[in-house]
Each structure stands twice: as C-alpha cells, then as structure tokens.
Design a protein around this ligand. Structure first.
Ligand SMILES: CC(C)(COP(=O)(O)OP(=O)(O)OC[C@H]1O[C@@H](n2cnc3c(N)ncnc32)[C@H](O)[C@@H]1OP(=O)(O)O)[C@@H](O)C(=O)NCCC(=O)NCCS
Length: 202
C-alpha cells in the first residue's frame, strides 16, 4: 500500500466554521502536563511519556478533539518529528490519527480541527505534514481541502516483519522543491528503485 505525503505551510489558516454547540478542546502536555482524567487513554499516556523521554524533536505534541454535549465527535493529534518520520525537520509537525464519528461526517469537523491545530501550533518556522494511505479517498480530499499539497509518495517499512518498528519513507518526490528540509535523518530522502515505478494522479 502506498502512502501519500502531503505538506502545508505552518502559517496557513484553514477556513471552516462550526455550529455553536460544538466545543473544541486541546491537550498539550508541554503546558498541561499529565493527561487529565478525560484525556487519559493508553495512546495519550504513551504520547505523554514520549515527551518526557524527549523522543520528539520538539515540545509541540498536542491532541485536539471536538465534542457536542459531552460526546467526542472528532479527534486528531499533532506530532513533532520522531524516529518513525525521518523525512521531517526538527521544527515540522504532523497532523495524524484523525477520526470523525460516522454520524458527524461532512460537517467540517475535521477541517475545523485542522484549522485549530494550525492556529495553535503553527509558527513561521513550522510546516505541517499529513500522511494518508493512497486508497483513503476521504482523507486525501480532506488534506487538499485544507490547503495541503501532495509532495511525495512512499511506504511504511516493517523491519523483521514488525510494523511497530517501521518508518515512513519517501520513494518518490512529486514536488521536491517545496520540501527542502533539514530532515532528522538525512538519509531518509534517498529515492529507492521501487519508488520510481509509482505514479499518482493527485
Ligand atoms: C477522513 C475523515 C477524518 C474526514 O472527516 P470529516 O469531519 O467528515 O471531514 P470534513 O467534514 O471536515 O471535510 C472537509 C472537506 O474534506 C473533503 N472530504 C471529507 N470527506 C470526504 C469524502 N468522504 N469524500 C470526498 N471529500 C471529502 C471535502 O472537501 C470536505 O468539504 P465539503 O464537505 O464541504 O465538500 C473521516 O472521513 C474519517 O474519520 N474517516 C475514517 C478515519 C480516517 O480515514 N482517518 C484519516 C486517517 S489519515
């Protein structure tokens, strides 16, 4: 399965407006500390530990969610560069793990949460990455609707068959000039032979 790599300027402000009864919440461990009870999940405990262990390249990890009447209808995370994403620069961020409840889809929740992530976490120096499987039509359309541009095609690696140890590597740059970066792993942007046969129509 190919992975599409989208990129957006950190200053971009996605435009989306939410109905009044939706509430946007954010947990940012660098400021808020240990996950409060309502944010306490196994993934969030792991992310908090990652921050403490300085696994991330910067302190901008955050989680955003949108609720209505106490029910979580959308969530996403903002992650700095780390081992799994060697093509990212130390100031870069990535939007990931997006999910909108089925009954709340196409109501601009994801677009609003991405806009909120850009507003809260973006800076002059940062850029936002967005990775999605090549066959996830909704996810790719969302990225493009929020101002992201397809810059590369790649894949997940599975060393020793273990996906948890895997990294996301670029096989083919589509718009290399947009991505000149001080990647945390300078070897990560070597094109592989496999990548040269890939094609995309975005
Ligand atoms: C992808 C996902 C998060 C989108 O959430 P959402 O809240 O429905 O998205 P939004 O309403 O904010 O969509 C904003 C824009 O993105 C595009 N878009 C979103 N879903 C789309 C779809 N199914 N088909 C085509 N375009 C879509 C549209 O341009 C849309 O604007 P419009 O409705 O005015 O046309 C949601 O479909 C989901 O949770 N999917 C399952 C999990 C997943 O695949 N996550 C992504 C992992 S990278």
């Amino acid at each position: 399965m190919s992975v599409l790599f989208y990129l957006c300027d950190g200053r971009a402000r996605a435009r989306a407006s939410l109905a009044e009864d939706f509430e946007i919440q954010c947990w940012r461990p660098a400021f808020d500390g240990f996950p409060p009870r309502r944010w306490r999940s196994i993934p969030n405990l792991c992310w908090w530990a990652f921050g403490k262990l300085r696994i991330f390249a910067n302190r901008s990890f955050g989680a955003i969610r949108i609720e209505r009447h106490g029910q979580v209808l959308h969530r996403l995370i903002v992650t700095p560069a780390w081992y799994r994403f060697p093509f990212m620069s130390p100031d870069d961020l990535q939007i990931g793990a997006l999910w909108t409840s089925r009954e709340a889809r196409r109501q601009q929740l994801a677009a609003s949460a991405i806009g909120e992530a850009h507003r809260r976490f973006g800076s002059e120096r940062s850029r936002f990455w967005y990775l999605t499987d090549g066959d996830n039509v909704a996810s790719g359309a969302l990225a493009r609707a929020c101002g992201y541009r397809l810059v590369a095609v790649g894949r997940r690696t599975r060393p020793l068959g273990i996906s948890l140890l895997g990294r996301f590597v670029v096989d083919r740059w589509v718009q290399r000039e947009l991505t000149r970066t001080q990647a945390i792993d300078p070897d990560c942007d070597e094109e592989s032979d496999a990548g040269r046969t890939l094609s995309v129509s975005h």
